[in-house]
Ligand binder design. Structure first.
Ligand code: GLU
Length: 449
């Protein structure tokens, strides 16, 4: 954190995740600041770390027992220099202003890398959808949108899903927006196919992360064929990461939820993955139930008190964290190293701590940072916005082609930006530098606003 200007830390000393994301960016863009003195004289770091707007609101709703519940809602509109604010909504009990600010900050640079015109934002609530009935989730979403609808719009701010916000929640949120505003517009992405959604959007984050991984491997004359992969998470990102790894001939050994993980040494194949999708998306149950059907697989409970996650302590070639922030720490990174992993690519946002990333870099483990690797989701959200504006729907093949092209372009952009600053194969530096320069130059072009 020493690299963050003191006034930024002093303003929000408790926002640990936000300061972590800022620190990681500043560390890698220092050579850019040194080469462009006007960035400092124009106080770009102070400006880019301060949200254009942060909205915090009360979300009152009634549970099935008729009790009044109150949650806290957020929308952080971080930067609109290159397009309307764009980014998901997260419903999870861990949500705080710091978490939403870190996600919004990352989103700015991620969206910049996609080549599309999208600024960065993020929102959510400390609501826990786990164990809630459909009716409760609907009432919560309606209450949340009652306030959020004042702040968003198809040319202003376009939310989407994230942890705890999937197809069901997007439906309820969109329905309420439409009712309040009497307007059918592309105000939210991740919509259902019959009402303005895009093909491939549900798959996009996972597929995109694997396309990015495949590009990283190809750069080193390798492929995913026959590679053993450790995956965390079992939600949207993890499911489609697993599916695309299987398409490309790789093997998936693990998946997890917040209670523990499954290890299937025979590999989680397409049929087993279908079963997991049924468990998670339809029955909304826990990953441990996988072992009831596939009894050779091992379920391990992971206590939050443990200072490492045994999931990362298995022999494998690749690791793709697809759960949440800070899920791979220094010890986990040591375990991956010891077990021979040659690549770590992030499906989640900021899943590796800075200490873990240092270990990857020191030991030549290829590291694909989330803001580049998981940009496929928001990229296809951008394509959904284009289709909505044209009132057209593209074919699956067409959207997938765009996604592959965008992931390839992000990969090349990272390589080129890193090379320009003499930081070969440093994807973190490449992603941060390229994402940052585009946004900063747009800000400077538009004056002090
Ligand atoms: N929540 C996703 C992300 O972290 C997607 C955001 C979007 O589609 O707007 O990028």
């Amino acid at each position: 954190m020493e690299n963050i200007p003191a006034n930024i830390v002093q303003r929000d000393p408790d926002q640990k995740e936000f300061l972590q994301a800022v620190s990681e960016l500043l560390e890698t863009v220092k050579p850019v600041l040194d080469r462009n003195p006007e960035y400092r004289s124009q106080a770009i770091i102070e400006r880019i770390t301060e949200p254009e707007r942060a909205i915090i609101f009360r979300v009152p709703w009634m549970d099935d027992q008729g009790r009044v519940q109150v949650n806290r809602g957020f929308r952080v509109e971080m930067n609109s220099a290159i397009g309307p604010y764009k980014g998901g909504l997260r419903f999870h009990p861990s949500v705080t202003l710091s978490i939403i600010k870190f996600l919004a900050f990352e989103q700015v640079f991620k969206n910049s890398l996609t080549t599309l015109q999208m600024g960065g934002g993020k929102g959510g609530a400390d609501f826990d959808p786990k164990g809630r009935s459909d009716a409760e989730v609907m009432r919560f979403c309606q209450a949340f949108m009652t306030e959020l609808s004042r702040h968003i719009g198809p040319n202003t701010d376009v939310p989407a899903g994230d942890i705890g916000v999937g197809a069901r929640e997007i439906g309820y949120l969109f329905g309420m927006y439409k009712k309040i505003r009497n307007e059918f517009t592309g105000v939210i992405t991740g919509k259902g196919l019959n009402w303005g959604g895009s093909l491939i959007r549900p798959q996009a984050t996972g597929y995109g992360a694997v396309y990015f991984t495949a590009e990283m491997l190809a750069e080193n004359g390798e492929s995913l064929e026959g590679k053993n992969c450790l995956l965390s998470g079992s939600g949207n990102v993890a499911q489609y990461t697993a599916e695309k790894i299987l398409h490309l001939g790789g093997r998936v050994l693990t998946l997890s939820d917040s209670s523990g993980y499954i290890y299937d040494e025979e590999g989680i194949d397409a049929e087993k993955l279908r079963h997991i999708m049924q468990l998670k998306n339809v029955r909304r149950t826990r990953i441990r139930e996988y072992c009831e059907k596939y009894s050779h697989a091992v379920y391990t409970e992971v206590s939050p008190e443990l200072d490492y996650n045994p999931l990362w302590n298995h022999k494998a070639d690749c690791a793709m964290p697809c759960a949440t922030q800070n899920e791979i720490n220094e010890q986990d990174a040591q375990h991956l190293l010891k077990n021979g992993a040659g690549l770590v690519c992030e499906g989640a946002n900021m899943p590796c701590t800075p200490d873990a990333v240092d270990i990857f870099r020191e030991n030549n483990i290829l590291y694909g940072p989330g803001k580049a690797a998981n940009a496929g989701g928001v990229a296809v959200s951008g394509l959904e916005m284009s289709q909505n504006s044209m009132r057209l729907a593209w074919s699956e093949d067409e959207v997938d082609k765009h996604l592959r092209r965008i992931m390839k372009s992000i990969h090349t952009t990272c390589i080129d930006a890193a090379q320009e600053y003499g930081l070969q194969k440093n994807y973190l530096a490449g992603a941060n530098i390229a994402g940052f320069v585009k946004v900063v130059n747009a800000m400077l072009d538009q004056g002090l606003v």
